[in-house]
Ligand binder design. Structure first.
Ligand SMILES: [Zn+2]
Ligand SMILES: [Zn+2]
Length: 332
């Protein structure tokens, strides 16, 4: 009998599914690509056919122009070559999917990036039992235990209200994190206008178009200091310390990221108010997910794999590092 998963070949540039002649999240242009979600480290432009959820395809079109898209709704199954392929929610960002591959009586799940805690902007992660679970491990160390999101949002609001003459400038990735922070603020009853950096505009508009209501959003550009006092402004992390932010009224610099757990990372970006809000599974979510999925093998795509490898070993699960390159550019 062939080795388990012998039909799946990991390369540094992505995962090759031989009997489908297709690649999962390839970092270079390929004739046939299966894309888990819209973050730039997973979804690149220039592929031939792209299988992805309609939301992911819409995100890719917003960023790269028209795609030779083959939309697959959550739960639908398509046959590519000799492989049955379905897309299941990953809970990471809008449209994000785990890709379920079935061939020769074996089931392999490629998780893409995922998280388990609730996110009002996307469908929750679905557990799919399988033979091989190919997982990320961005926060694969026991030190990473993300706090409750609501309490982080409350800290943000508390700070905002404590210094009403200033504004709070929140660094957040333009795809996913920004919209999640906005939506979480709305859920905590914050109905004030929220101001955004120009780089956020198209993706926020797309989220709204796809049914994620973000409330009163306004461009920060052109707003006076007076108008912005006591308000929240959201920008990409790269804009936190650049000239753009000088137009703001004495901003309190915040950033929403799983990395804010590490004080040094916050200092590097001169972040005064670190908010530990992550779109990735923390240590407990990673290990809990592996227990629930109960695979025969775990393959780890990217992140801090050593501790998770060890954890798998102590739980009698065979584990393997894939050392894929180029992931982890834009999301955390
Ligand atoms: Zn991602
Ligand atoms: Zn990623």
């Amino acid at each position: 009998m062939a080795r388990l998963g012998s039909w799946i070949e990991p390369f540094p540039e992505g995962i090759y599914v031989k009997p489908a002649d297709a690649w999962v999240d390839p970092s270079r242009p390929k004739a046939q690509a299966l894309v888990t979600h819209g973050h730039a480290d997973h979804a690149r432009g220039g592929h031939g056919a792209v299988w992805a959820t309609p939301e992911t395809l819409a995100i890719m079109e917003t960023r790269y122009g028209e795609q030779a898209g083959r939309p697959v709704q959550y739960g639908d199954c398509v046959r590519i070559g000799e492989v049955d392929v379905s897309f299941v929610p990953a809970g990471h960002v809008l449209g994000s999917a785990q890709i379920v591959l079935e061939y020769g009586g074996e089931r392999v799940v490629v998780s893409g990036d995922y998280k388990r805690r609730p996110d009002p902007t996307c469908a929750p992660f679905v557990v799919v039992p399988c033979d091989i679970f190919i997982t990320e491990a961005t926060f694969g160390l026991p030190v990473f235990r993300h706090p409750d999101t609501g309490s982080e949002i409350d800290r943000l609001l508390h700070r905002l209200h404590a210094e009403p003459e200033r504004c709070v400038l929140v660094g957040a990735y333009a795809l996913g994190k920004a919209q999640r922070v906005i939506m979480e603020l709305r859920r905590r009853g914050h109905d004030e206008p929220i101001y955004y950096h120009g780089a956020m505009e198209r993706l926020c508009a797309l989220y709204e178009e796809l049914g994620v209501p973000l409330g009163d959003l306004r461009p920060a550009t052109g707003a006076s200091k007076q108008e912005l006092a006591g308000k929240i402004v959201i920008c990409p992390p790269g804009a936190l310390n650049d000239r753009w932010s000088r137009r703001l009224p004495d901003p309190i610099t915040a950033m929403a990221s799983g990395w804010m757990r590490i004080r040094q990372r916050a200092r590097q970006r001169n972040v005064e108010l670190p908010l530990v809000i992550s779109d990735h599974a923390d240590w407990d979510e990673l290990t809990q997910t592996i227990l629930e999925v109960a695979p025969k093998q775990v393959w780890i795509t990217h992140g801090r794999e050593d501790a998770l490898m060890h954890w798998c070993m102590t739980h009698q699960i065979k584990a393997r590092e894939l050392n894929l390159v180029g992931y982890e550019d834009e999301d955390d």
